[in-house]
Ligand binder design. Structure first.
Ligand code: HAM
Length: 420
């Protein structure tokens, strides 16, 4: 679990504001759901035989109730849609962001508390929304200046076609049981598709020989997938068809996709992943409603932002007020508050806690300010403040206190410090 320190927060806020603006422009509305839900919700939605439910949930008892810190957001949003009567044939485009919790082995890019931006579209059965969601993510990378990502897609078909495929897969892996690791052997009966997702290098050869899911799709799922691929070509989003992409959560039907960081290896390379879950809402007791969505790992996207050198510069002050003398120190606070009122778009830092000129100018320099205002008892007596540009050799000047806001703005503009 990480602390997100002030030096990183600029990248987080930049990402959040770009995401918010983009999702709003595509018609998505924000929803905020609890961090804690009944454990049974995640068991039913994500699946009992998944890594997340078997090993990674932070679960605790409160009296009779078993509760869990959410490992993902989809289940909670579906619970909210059902319990607030939002469905009834209506369509919704929803998104949320916040921390998720999975008791995983921590490593670079994999944390126990991590943030997701989660996006869900409910009530849309066709491949058009799948394509639009993917186009939206591609636009997000462009807006963020992130280039080193690639899209992998696959179709898991309907539960019926998957059942037939599952039988074939079980028969194949049974024939190679001695080459399976303990996890895969355990999964063989309950969740054989997840064997395809194994990251164990020793398993890769036997996995490579397994029958492929796309060869066993039902005709409707095949049409859905072909139409999605055609739409992705139409919007110019390159994609890799990945017949072994199965995802780690059980609720998916038909489309699944993952954007991977092309520079990262192994299990931590997915930066954004999701798919269609047409059966989930009915399975949770709501009226049958198709759904599709994705979640991106904020830490992983922030890392890409920083690598692309698109992280915004840290926040700095525009103006630093240097004060010297007892009267000036008392007057400084009033002066800076009036300046903040008059120039709300500018950032002011008042020297607090005293210090000689040298120390104050050192602080002014560290603050990043372009302009220092020098308020001394002598200047105060004459009704003026001295203005000293800090980043350019422009010489010091004086400005009457009554005209200070205009003088400060003009001095910043002559230094090419445009409006933030
Ligand atoms: P997921 O693939 O489990 O899907 O997680 C989505 C994303 O969250 C991953 O691609 C990754 O970027 C990030 N992530 C997952 N686990 C960690 C971790 N331990 N540390 C850091 N980042 C992590 C879901 O959660 C689905 N609910 C997505 C979805 C929404 N499907 C449909 N709608």
């Amino acid at each position: 679990m990480n602390d997100i320190l002030p030096e990183a927060i600029g990248s987080w806020q930049h990402l959040e504001s770009v995401v918010r603006e983009l999702l709003t422009s595509y018609g998505y509305e924000e929803i905020r759901v609890p961090i804690v839900e009944h454990t049974s919700l995640f068991k039913r939605a994500i699946g009992e035989l998944t890594d997340v439910v078997e090993k990674e949930m932070y679960t605790f008892d409160m009296g009779e109730e078993s509760l869990t810190l959410r490992p993902e957001a989809t289940a909670g949003i579906m619970r909210a849609a059902i319990s607030n009567g939002m469905l009834r044939g209506a369509r919704h485009k929803l998104w949320c962001t916040g921390p998720m919790f999975r008791h995983e082995k921590p490593q670079e890019g994999r944390y126990r508390q991590f943030y997701q931006v989660d996006v869900e579209a409910l009530g849309f059965p066709g491949p058009d929304i799948d394509a639009e969601l993917i186009a939206l993510t591609a636009r997000l990378w462009r807006k963020l200046g992130i280039e080193r990502v690639a899209l992998h897609i696959n179709s898991l078909g309907t539960p019926e076609s998957r059942k037939a495929y599952r039988e074939k897969l079980i028969a194949y892996f049974r024939g190679h049981e001695s080459r399976l690791d303990a996890d895969s052997r355990r999964r063989l009966e309950g969740n054989p598709l997840r064997i395809l997702d194994s990251k164990n290098p020793e398993m890769q050869e036997v996995i490579a020989g397994a029958p492929l899911l796309p060869d066993h799709l039902d005709p409707e799922s095949r049409d859905h997938f072909d139409a999605l691929c055609a739409m992705l070509r139409e919007v110019g989003v390159p994609h890799v068809l990945d017949p072994r992409l199965v995802r780690g959560l059980d609720y998916y039907t038909r489309t699944v996709f993952e954007w991977v960081n092309t520079d990262a290896q192994g299990a931590q390379n997915a930066v954004c992943s999701g798919g269609r879950y047409d059966g989930l809402i009915a399975q949770l007791g709501g009226e049958s409603t198709p759904g599709v969505g994705f979640a991106m790992g904020v830490e992983r996207v922030v890392k890409l932002l920083i690598q692309a050198e698109r992280a915004p510069p840290p926040a700095v002050a525009d103006v630093y007020l240097v004060v010297s003398g007892a009267q000036a120190t008392a007057a400084g606070i009033g002066l800076v508050e009036r300046l903040r009122e008059a120039l709300p778009h500018r950032r002011f830092e008042l020297n607090l806690g005293g210090g000689n000129f040298k120390a104050q100018f050192r602080r002014a320099d560290r603050s990043g300010a372009a302009l220092a205002l020098i308020v001394g008892d002598d200047e105060l007596a004459r009704g003026v403040v001295a203005l000293k540009p800090l980043r350019r050799e422009l010489g010091q000047s004086e400005c009457p206190i009554a005209e200070l806001a205009g003088g400060v703005e003009a001095a910043l503009l002559t230094q090419n410090i445009s409006l933030p």
